[in-house]
Design a protein around this ligand. Sequence first.
Ligand code: AMP
Ligand code: GLY
Length: 452
Amino acid sequence: MKILVVGSGGREHAISWKLAQSDSVDEVICVPGNGGTATEAKCRNINPADCDYTVDLKGIDAVSQVASFEQVDMVVVGPENPLAEGIADQIWQCRIPVVGPKFKGAELEASKDTAKSFMKKYGVASAASETFTDAESAAAYIKKHGAPIVIKADGLAAGKGVVVAPDEKTALAAVKDFMQDNTLGKAGSKLVIEDYLQGVEISVMAAVSVTPELAAAGKACILPFVPARDHKRLLDGAKGPNTGGMGAVTPLSDVTDEQMKLFDENIVQPTLKGLIAEKWDYRGFIFFGVMLCKDGPKLLEYNVRLGDPETQALLPLMDCDFAEMCTAIADVQQTGTLKAFAPKFKWKKGFVCSPVAVSGGYPAAYEKGKEIHLPETKDAAVKIFIAGADYSKDDKQKLVTTGGRVLAASAFGDSFEKAYELAYKTMEKISFDKMFYRKDIGLPGAAESGEL
Ligand code: AMP
Ligand code: GLY
């Protein structure tokens, strides 16, 4: 089987690596991939910008062209942007199976207002909210409601669209920023304003295979993964500015079975009911961003893809054939293959700790082009996933930084302590100029408490 993976981050390196481990996979084509996928076994990077057969094509059109030209058997989409642009609809039209929801389902991430309406309509536990399309009514609501309060830009904003405001002044400034100064462009022209939730956050991904045909046959399916946690703040102890994620850990010993039961009852099942009732074609992954509150888990957001950096921790823990799982999700014949796959869906007994190394200065301005030195490691419990790094154009042997989040060092251990120790021992052997990483991924006190 030949599989095309869309994306260029650490998540896509992890996806490609896990797919390549399957005996059924001959080749993984990474579009465009990065310095990690460039040297991964069975993987080949293709940048549409360098292909003579994608001339004049850009974005999702170029990716579809590569998929057709290369005659791939399946496409797995990593990031949200191509999904929001309808890449799944387009590639299914080329008769190639896709893991990733079609345009309608992708709105659950592309529009916070759509997501909140869906949550309300189907009784998914979440914070009370109102949607506004003009700054005056938004400001009046904030003054009446008081702080703390959370202001969310409706559209995709690369993690910059949410302000958790401890006071009215910050909330009003966010409204001005998004709606009057248009700092996020069109993404901020509509706002969701929601109640502040106190608690600790977890990320739960799930494999989803829902279509009207599957639903009619009673075979629509959603299979949640074990919970994971991203650490979004830059500094130890959950301090400093927000980032794209400084590391992840899975599973979580601080989450109880009772909380997971409530999560299933009040978030997962109503979501499944909603996907069926909307008659969407949702064959892909869904990500539940959850706040564990005193009165039970509440949904903060849906993402329509796997998390980054959670995937870099989850896939090394996954103890089943990921290509088989992806094929079951896409379920070309719509016979209920994901449901049939469920008994094979297993996790290794143990933990994965996956700290992320970033460029000095990140999330503000940082320099690129720093040479990365990686250790030779033959330890099967360790995997370094490359995110913002690629081979130098002048020296094809030299791996250099190209982004803020550069790599993740994922380590498996049969206890969290062992996973943590191995991950950080590996991190100490990696170097590049101005490299920075948090030292407390997965430790007590590293999770955001949600306290303002
Ligand atoms: P979102 O993109 O909606 O997940 O928001 C980004 C981050 O903002 C979340 O991961 C939370 O840390 C925080 N957040 C979002 N909504 C709320 C809320 N209602 N209460 C407290 N924190 C929130
Ligand atoms: N780790 C959060 C996300 O992928 O959106």
